[in-house]
Design a protein around this ligand. Structure first.
Ligand code: SF4
Ligand code: SF4
Length: 142
């Protein structure tokens, strides 16, 4: 069922909303904000709660308790979070676009998120390995 084409983000059930996340882990990379321009730069340093193998949150249920900076997504604020990756399903749908062919809801498997090079597995490192975040700015995700 292509519910994401037939319903607005506001009308999705909780399960439908959650199923839109492709599990790429891109939004879980640390970001730096330029205090003068407000520009956001991504780094290849992962949030401490990100499981770098599965690219999922290792404590999703209690993430806000352990990571107060983790931003909860909802149908209202997704329009304002301009730093969300351009590949993110929530951002794509908020912009009136469709899901890409590699999205699990389209392909039928999460494997395609990895084979398409969308997931962060193998492309990021942990805080304790990283040192200064400024040394880890990357030009992806866009
Ligand atoms: S960028 Fe979007 S699709 Fe990817 S993990 Fe974050 S919320 Fe899910
Ligand atoms: S707390 Fe979990 S969902 Fe939030 S940024 Fe970290 S890994 Fe991602």
């Amino acid at each position: 069922m292509t519910f994401w084409r037939e319903k607005s983000l506001q009308d999705l059930s909780k399960a439908e909303w959650e199923s839109l996340c492709d599990g790429c882990g891109r939004c879980c990379l640390e970001k730096l904000e330029d205090m003068d321009t407000g520009e956001i730069s991504y780094t290849n340093v992962a949030c401490n709660l990100l499981d770098q193998e599965t690219c999922g949150c290792s404590n999703y249920a209690e993430r806000f308790r352990y990571m107060p900076d983790c931003v909860p997504l909802d149908p209202q604020n997704i329009h304002e979070l301009k730093w969300m990756p351009s590949t993110c399903a929530y951002r794509l749908l908020a912009e009136g676009k469709d899901l890409p062919v590699w999205h699990p809801l389209v392909s039928g498997t999460r494997d395609t998120v990895f084979s398409a090079g969308i997931a962060v597995r193998g492309r990021c490192l942990a805080h304790h390995e990283a040192g200064e975040l400024e040394d880890h700015i990357v030009d992806w995700p866009r």
